[in-house]
Design a protein around this ligand. Structure first.
Ligand code: DX5
Ligand code: ZN
Length: 243
């Protein structure tokens, strides 16, 4: 795999404008066929994904349950791509070491999931992982104003977390602009999660997003060829809007 694609464990690939050069595509394996989980991870790798987005849900912070660290560990060897772990769990701190140990490269916690966001972010960096924070659609960007220097990634939810295949919430596009201004020239990526398609990707890409998660829009068609076409459609729509 080319250095700037699948084997991307380097999060800071940036131009002079502060934004990363190309939008990265992170398929969410929440939409994979769980009976063929390892093969599905292999398939998106072969299809040219940049990162693998791994959605962990606890049935408490969000109204759905997915999988935990042992399952992530089992699929980790199917690709060299950056494992972008989105923790929709509360509390998160107790489990960060286990997800690091399972082979995640980045750990993202929700600002709404606990009272000590600063501590959670310090823990992630102390584990040697990239630190991310996620904001639900209704959470203002002021929630992260005082932790910017502890962040590698800001994940802005464009659906209410819990399920794949939901409709994109357009009000978040303005938040993407505000977060882009807030981070200034810090090497922090802005990732978008929820309802990303070739139609919605340009809206967030133009506003300053540089990593796009997509579940339903990638995992349709059921073959490497279909996944490749789906990834390319999102990537080219985003890159055209960023140009
Ligand atoms: C939602 C998850 C998302 C989800 C996105 O709670 O965090 O990553 O898989 O799925 P789509 O792209 O189908 O909206
Ligand atoms: Zn997610």
């Amino acid at each position: 795999l080319p250095a700037d694609r699948g084997s991307n464990t380097e999060i800071e690939d940036r131009s002079e404008t502060g934004m990363a050069k190309e939008a990265l595509i992170a398929p969410s394996i929440l939409s994979a066929d769980f009976a063929r989980f390892g093969e599905e991870v292999r398939a998106i790798d072969e299809a040219g994904c940049d990162w693998v987005h791994v959605d962990v849900m606890d049935g408490h912070f969000v109204p759905n349950i997915t999988f935990g660290a042992p399952v992530i560990k089992a699929i980790r060897n199917r690709t060299d791509a950056f494992f972008d772990c989105h923790l929709m769990i509360a509390p998160a701190d107790l489990y960060l070491a286990a997800f690091a140990e399972a082979g995640c490269d980045g750990l993202t916690v929700h600002a709404e999931a606990g009272p000590h966001l600063d501590r959670s972010l310090q823990t992630i960096r102390n584990l040697g992982k990239k630190a991310g924070v996620s904001l639900n659609p209704a959470t203002p960007e002021s929630a992260i104003e005082y932790v910017l220097d502890r962040l590698d990634l800001i994940l802005l939810m464009t659906v209410n977390p819990g399920f794949g295949g939901q409709a994109f919430i357009p009000a978040v596009v303005e938040k993407v602009r505000r977060v882009r201004a807030l981070i200034g020239d810090r090497p922090i990526r802005i990732e978008i999660d929820g309802g990303v398609t070739p139609e919605t990707a340009p809206l967030v890409a133009a506003a300053g997003a540089d990593v796009l998660v997509a579940g339903a829009a990638v995992f349709k068609g059921g073959s490497v060829e279909a996944y490749r076409a789906n990834i390319e459609a999102i990537r080219s729509a985003a890159d055209a809007a960023r140009a």
